[in-house]
Design a protein. Structure first.
Lengths: 231, 350
């Protein structure tokens, strides 16, 4: 695998925290150039000039960390294009600073809480999709709630469920329950219909936002997504 | 008025604008924000049917004649409310302030109402302005934009202590309809600016006020629905759901409508075109023609009946704004839109 491919793969591990999809699948990586000596320049672009600065910053900073973690990379530059707080964010990124450096006096160091909130929503949505697929395939609520992490399907949702649970500090071992509530306890068959009703709404919320973002990105830049396949 | 298949619909547009975002109105030194804002809106227009798209130049500033033709002549709209949006840090005369909007009231007698605004950061002067706007225009509502920048501040919340006197003043003056529009920034910047929890708090504290959440809280439609199902005085402004999804993403539109009808209900959903982002004509006609796809996934949502269409397109908002609706547009069988106390709580929503 060439270094360029590995850089792109690293960028593919960076998720839009609000949409829970990789920035590469969303088309947010406008360009990525890699020199022979390991210098990487990534330009990120978002669906509107006024996408929320906090989420924009998280994606840019995560992209910087992901690329900088590759051993052959000597220098990495991440630039957020055409954004109304781009100057502040790009200056902080270039300095190696954090979000609080980008907007001094306007933050309270709570960015990690924001990320956790959306990881929780993402987990509900991923679990709901997994659960609905199993029910559609004929499984009963009792069978679905008896499943363990090791039984989760190998698709993107199952893999992401395990990652999110690890990041959230929730039990994620092979023998732990496959479907859990926010506190990590197993969902029961009795709770399932009510949980699914809410989870279906949360799934729709995330997916609708993702669709709006794709639509607006397309209107703004006129080019198709870099990868047609979403995670 | 729109008539289709023998049914007559009274169309009340709860959310539209008459703005000036032309370069002449951009604040010096803030051009990138003013330009970015209107270009962002213009991108949303790109989600409408292609034959309704405008050039950016036309979109930045349109005429009174354009407005009358698009909204009343072609757009089927019987009555409408301007949602004044100031943004004076970016637009010299405001994006569309109350005076700019009110200039159209006499052009279209009896058809338009104008809403005011307030901003808790304006303090005492803001309260006096609110009183003056009420005295001058008889405003029945306000549009609040929590992500508006003001000096060094990039936004506010309805639960900020400074907002309480303004809500009390609205209660006192009978300015009952509080349209809330969330945006991408807030103070502090590392919180979720789109969070609707503050609306939940004030809806409980001010039961006489109606809180109409614009674009159904998108991108937080989930949090919005949980709140609206529990708070009888919280309404869904469905602008953007219709404009951005009905044509461009019909499958998502069907899912959103299903969830809104389930959680919020047909008595608390209000049509708004968000003109000039989108023209009303295709939205009104599309909503009347629309139905759920005939697929099992949509089978358990409440139905989009003729009565539901009549309520959402006009009767619900007409009630909030005390508009007299001629008998020919009222629901048959003596039905009327549900009063606040009739709003059903959905079992299992808490």
């Amino acid at each position: 695998m060439s270094l360029e491919d590995r850089v792109l793969a690293a960028l593919g591990t960076v998720y839009d925290p609000e949409l829970d999809e990789p920035i590469t699948a969303l088309g947010f990586v406008g360009s990525c150039t890699v020199s022979g000596s390991g210098e990487v320049d990534v330009r990120l672009r978002l669906p509107t000039p006024q996408c929320a600065p906090n989420f924009a910053y998280l994606m840019a900073a995560d992209a910087r960390s992901a690329v900088a973690g590759l051993p052959e990379v000597r220098r990495v530059s991440i630039v957020l294009e055409d954004h109304y707080t781009g100057d502040e964010i790009n200056a902080a990124l270039a300095r190696g600073g954090d979000f609080d450096d980008a907007f001094p006096g306007e933050t309270t160091g709570a960015l990690d809480e924001l990320r956790e909130l959306f990881r929780r929503k993402a987990l509900v949505a991923r679990q709901a999709r997994t659960c609905q697929a199993l029910l559609h395939a004929g499984a009963t609520p009792e069978e679905v709630t008896a499943l363990r992490v090791r039984d989760l399907p190998d698709g993107a949702d199952g893999v992401r469920c395990r990652d999110l649970r690890r990041q959230l500090g929730l039990p994620h071992g092979p023998g732990d329950p496959a479907l859990v509530a926010g506190d990590g306890s197993a969902l029961t068959a009795d709770e399932l219909p009510r949980w699914l009703r809410r989870a279906r709404l949360m799934t729709l919320s995330l997916e609708t936002n993702g669709e709006l973002c794709r639509s607006l990105l397309h209107v703004r830049y006129g080019s198709p997504d870099q990868e047609e396949v979403a995670a | 008025m729109y008539e289709k298949d023998g049914e007559k619909y009274f169309v009340f547009d709860s959310h539209l604008h008459f703005w000036d975002a032309s370069p002449d109105n951009w604040v010096k030194g803030q051009e990138r924000y003013a330009k970015g804002w209107i270009e962002c809106f213009h991108a949303y227009m790109g989600l409408a049917p292609a034959e309704t798209h405008w050039t950016l130049e036309h979109f930045q500033k349109y005429s009174v004649d354009d407005f009358g033709r698009d909204v009343f002549e072609n757009g089927h709209v019987d009555g409408a409310v301007f949602q004044s949006t100031y943004l004076k840090d970016w637009y010299t005369n405001g994006f569309n302030d109350i005076e700019h909007n009110a200039a159209l009231l006499d052009e279209f007698p009896g058809k338009l109402r104008v809403n005011g605004r307030w901003d808790p950061r304006d303090g005492e002067a803001g309260l006096q302005q609110l009183e003056a706007d009420h005295a001058k225009y008889g405003i029945q509502g306000v549009k609040l934009y929590t992500a508006e920048w003001k000096g060094a501040s990039r936004g506010w919340k309805l639960t900020d202590p400074e907002a309480v006197p303004f809500l009390e003043k609205c209660d006192e003056l009978g300015i009952r309809n509080i349209h809330v529009h969330k945006g991408p920034t807030i103070w502090p910047l590392d919180k979720d600016a789109f969070d609707v929890a503050d609306i939940d708090h004030v809806a409980t504290d001010f039961p006489n006020l109606n809180f109409i959440v614009e674009h159904v809280g998108l991108p937080r439609i989930d949090d919005f629905c949980y709140m609206a199902t529990q708070e009888p005085n919280v309404y869904a402004g469905i602008a953007v759901v219709v404009g951005a999804l009905m044509h461009a993403r019909p499958h998502f539109f069907a899912r959103c409508m299903g969830e809104l009808l389930f959680w919020v209900g047909e008595d608390k959903m209000l049509f708004g075109s968000d003109y000039a982002i989108w023209e009303p004509k295709w939205q009104v006609e599309g909503l009347v023609d629309w139905d759920f796809p005939d697929e099992p996934a949509f089978a358990d949502y409440p139905r989009w009946t003729t009565a539901a269409k009549k309520k959402v397109l006009g009767l619900n908002a007409a009630k909030l704004y005390d508009v007299d609706v001629p008998a020919e547009f009222q629901l048959q069988n003596g039905g009327t839109p549900a009063a606040q106390e009739d709003a059903q709580l959905v079992e299992g929503a808490t």
